[in-house]
Design a protein around this ligand. Structure first.
Ligand SMILES: C[S@@+](CC[C@H](N)C(=O)[O-])C[C@H]1O[C@@H](n2cnc3c(N)ncnc32)[C@H](O)[C@@H]1O
Length: 278
């Protein structure tokens, strides 16, 4: 067991255990063995706010019934790393397999896509670009909404703004950079309103029941379950499955392993499907 000091910005073993139990129970994120990451992500905040030590801080988090301190904690502890064209195999599958199939299957022209754990919005906006690229003028006869959810309010705020650096756009095709972004006065790039209006950002904790009105034709949950243990992953995949239309798809990150009792059928690496009569 790591011996960690009890004073100041160091977290002692008891407090660390209390903290990771709280985060795992509420948000699924398994921080076991990550004392130093936790400590380094929270130390400045604790000292800026004048907390004497982690014990005092945790008392405030646990007793704050408004949930504000917990949200703040989660903002600091989540790993929000993301980028455009991440795991581009998914975007290939999306345009070459998923959309042609859905164009035939979805008779009411109402296509529902969910980016679960959307972080700063690169993933859902990237899907929106693919939708525009694929449907072109035909999109006017379709309802093409993407639901994008996360538990980090900071990430969601930034995603909603949809402003990115030039460097962040570098993996996108030049044509898409021109077509889907407006340059800002500050040398940054803002997602065009036409694209942004197709993405709906919402807070949703993946530990909660899924109670969205419609089932989804595609759920994208990439590089999120990597932080969950097997049981959490297995329960979540069942909830996703029940929220997926028959014949709908499920994408996970290529570095992630599916739970042993995965209800979806594997189509190719990191691409799963609910049977047509599932
Ligand atoms: C590494 S990012 C992945 C972003 C994007 N899906 C991608 O692959 O680029 C993981 C995201 O999952 C979110 N997350 C972690 N636990 C979550 C939970 N219980 N409910 C909803 N989102 C969660 C984090 O806040 C973070 O933004």
């Amino acid at each position: 067991m790591v011996n960690i000091n009890t004073t100041g910005s160091n977290i002692n073993e008891d407090d660390f255990q209390r903290l990771i139990t709280f985060v795992k129970a509420g948000y699924g994120i398994d921080l076991a063995g990550k004392q130093f990451i936790v400590q380094s992500r929270l130390a400045n905040y604790l000292s800026d706010c004048g907390f004497a030590d982690f014990s005092e801080y945790l008392e405030v988090v646990f007793s704050d019934t408004s949930g504000r301190e917990a949200a703040n904690l989660i903002n600091r502890l989540t790993t929000n790393h993301t980028y455009f064209m991440r795991e581009s195999e998914h975007f290939d599958h999306f345009e070459k397999v998923f959309l042609p199939q859905m164009e035939k299957m979805v008779r009411d022209h109402d296509l529902c896509i969910w980016s679960a754990g959307c972080s700063f919005g690169n993933e859902p906006y990237n899907l929106a670009m693919c939708l525009d690229d694929y449907f072109g003028f035909r999109q006017h006869s379709w309802d093409l909404k993407i639901l994008a959810t996360d538990i980090s309010f900071n990430a969601l705020r930034s995603a909603q703004r949809g402003i990115y650096s030039e460097q962040a756009l570098s993996d996108l095709p030049e044509e898409w950079r021109q077509k889907y972004f407006d340059p800002t006065q500050h040398g940054l790039y803002r997602i065009k309103d036409s694209l942004r209006s197709n993405v709906i950002f919402k807070y949703h904790n993946l530990m909660d029941e899924i109670s969205f009105k419609k089932k989804f034709d595609l759920i994208v949950c990439r590089n999120v379950m990597i932080y969950f243990d097997d049981k959490t992953k297995s329960d979540l995949c069942k909830r996703f499955y029940n929220a997926t239309e028959d014949g709908g798809y499920f994408y996970i990150g290529h570095a992630e392993s599916a739970p042993a009792d995965m209800p979806y059928v594997r189509e190719q690496p990191a691409v799963y499907r609910k049977e047509v009569n599932g």
